[in-house]
Design a protein around this ligand. Structure first.
Ligand SMILES: [Zn+2]
Length: 406
């Protein structure tokens, strides 16, 4: 495998066409040569040569389509192509404040193996690295297929130029971890780092239901709030890959001091602790609420989302306030970028669209030239897993651009 810059000579053009064919087979699965030739605009001969090479290298399989009698297709229907179940895979790692998750996924973005480890509050840079390397070792043991590379998605700020995790707020003092170099040194595999919200945006664009939307903001909600931007059909990463820190944009210049050094950061207002404070504040007034009856301690995020879906007034009020703060920050971003589509990712088994609807309503009354704009807010197809899928997608994206050859 090698990473390359591509130009416009015949070899480069073939390389890009090969990558594009691989991408279309990976993203569509069950696609025929005829369909591929039509989509890319290649001659049947050129396309046939590329597909033959992909099959020969074990990246692509020909499906033996059978007719209604169970006999092998005799040529009436085109033979379908798909990514081989023996093709190389990618290892992905997602670093969150409380948990590190590792996966092995194939070129289609399908997760084959998944392992998680709790990050203790006593964690140091060294023990975090050990934990990540142990995860990778465990995943390598599970997977009997070749691994191409290891992608890491981390909460920010990250420096993608230096490939290091800089100094995430409230992350136990961990800072300046050159994670990609360490992983490459220990495993011998190339490693790439991406901001978690950027990863979420890329996962949605590559593997989700948003591939036809050229401009959208992916918003990830968990312990913090991050944003990733797909602009003009590409992931926008900024100079250092630090552009997604919407949680550390101020919505109150005279607000409390945040650990990041800013005053009144969004995350200081839009968080589960504040939602619980809201619920407790309203408890005495609205003691008929079902949530009030079952509430012994603090609600978790999942419990608030679930109670809101059941129209519990206390939970709905807390969620409404959360979305109000979020809308303040997002309205600024929308007005700056001129983007209509918001995708949000969060952990929850609840299928309700209450959060999306609340946020959408608030944004559509706030954003500039609201009469001419309709902001659409949808939940990520991956729920809270978009950054995890994105840790892998950052590598498959390079493969599909012909910048990493396999
Ligand atoms: Zn902050």
């Amino acid at each position: 495998m090698r990473a390359d810059r591509t130009g416009s000579n015949p070899s480069d053009i073939r390389q890009r066409n090969r990558a594009l064919v691989l991408k279309l087979i990976a993203l569509r699965q069950h696609v025929s040569r005829v369909e591929l030739a039509r989509m890319i605009g290649l001659t049947k001969t050129t396309l046939g040569n590329i597909v033959a090479e992909l099959v020969e290298n074990g990246l692509v399989n020909e499906l033996n389509a059978k007719n209604s009698n169970g006999n092998t297709n005799l040529g009436r229907r085109p033979i379908e192509l798909r990514i081989s179940d023996k093709s190389p895979c990618i290892c992905g790692i997602l670093i969150r404040r409380d948990q590190c998750t590792g996966i092995v996924a194939d070129l289609t973005g399908q997760i084959l193996f998944r392992i998680s480890s709790v990050i203790p509050t006593s964690v140091s840079s060294d023990s975090l690295i050990t934990l990540i390397l142990d995860l990778i070792t465990d995943l390598q043991r599970c997977c009997n297929r070749k691994l191409i590379a290891i992608g890491v998605a981390s909460m920010g700020p990250v420096d993608v130029t230096a490939q290091k995790i800089v100094n995430p707020p409230n992350f136990y003092g961990i800072q300046d971890v050159s994670i990609s170099a360490i992983i490459k040194n220990k495993t011998g595999l190339p490693s790439y780092l991406i901001h978690d919200a950027d990863a979420g945006a890329l996962a949605e664009y590559l593997y989700g239901h948003s591939s036809d939307i050229r401009n959208f903001i992916y918003l990830h909600i968990r312990n913090g709030i991050g944003a990733g931007y797909i602009l003009q059909g590409q992931l926008y990463r900024g100079d250092l890959g630090q552009c997604g820190e919407i949680g550390h944009t101020s919505i109150n210049y005279s607000g409390p001091l945040c650990e990041c050094g800013n005053n009144g950061c969004l995350e200081l207002y839009a968080n589960v602790t504040k939602m619980n404070q809201k619920i407790k504040h309203l408890k005495g007034i609205l003691n008929q609420s079902p949530a009030n009856e079952v509430l012994n301690g603090d609600f978790t995020w999942e419990e608030i989302v679930r109670a809101s879906a059941n129209d519990d007034f206390l939970a709905v009020s807390a969620l409404d306030e959360f979305c109000t703060y979020l809308a303040y920050a997002l309205a600024n971003t929308i007005n700056l970028l001129d983007v209509n589509h918001i995708l949000i990712g969060y952990d929850s088994t609840v299928t309700s669209t209450k959060i999306e609807k609340m946020l959408e309503d608030k944004l559509n009354t706030r954003v500039l030239v609201a009469k001419n704009r309709k902001v659409i807010v949808k939940r990520s197809v991956f729920g809270g897993d978009a950054p995890l899928i994105g840790s892998v997608a950052q590598i498959t994206d390079l493969i599909f651009q012909g910048k990493i050859l396999i």
